[in-house]
Design a protein around this ligand. Sequence first.
Ligand code: 6PG
Length: 235
Amino acid sequence: MNGELVVVDDLAGEFAERIIEAFRHRSNDEFSLALSGGQTARRCYERLAAESASRIDWWLVEVYWGDERCVPPEDADSNERLGREALLERVGAAGSIHPMRCDDGPDPYQMRIGELGRLDVVHLGLGADGHTASLFPGSPGLDADPGRLVVMNEDPSGSNRHPRMTLTLSGIARARLVLFTVAGVEKRAAMQRIVDGEDLPAARVHADRVVWLVDREAAPLAQAANTMVGGTGPA
Ligand code: 6PG
């Protein structure tokens, strides 16, 4: 697998600390963060909001999304709504907020990411089918031209609802740091397949640095014993 696998007891807490650390060591005054969707992300953002009040100057943070469902921003399935509820409304404000707008098509977002150049952090989740962002197994977005940073995409299996907008693997590769967060026994099989080298969408993610934060339940058994951080195992 590509990246560092870190098994943690307190996934949300470890995520928050690593975002705070990335902010403190940012390359420029501004700090660009691309948010994920999903319930693991929701828990991570609520904790980040709680831990970062005096440790991140949110006025210096440019907030992007790694993917979005093509629903209204107030829809319960909207990743923008999730990011606003779990993070942005709790920290008070951000320097700039860049939601994805399906109605505009992918090109304006592609232009924005292209102008930005690099993303300091892209936060990604993992689906039980091995998808990440909205790059699903067998979906055309997985094989987008290398010059495409943002595409529209869908899950051909129908398991993941709504048409989507998503960063491509090239778009994700603009990250200085990709931080995966994976929690729950229902993700263990996908993690094992990735560790075993299966060509799942999430396994294709490359960036300057890729870190997988995985809780005990999702960790493949061999890794769970050997790379515990913040728990009782060896550091
Ligand atoms: C989305 C997410 C998606 C998510 C994973 C994990 O828009 O659905 O970006 O990639 O991160 O499906 O979601 P859970 O944490 O809810 O399992």
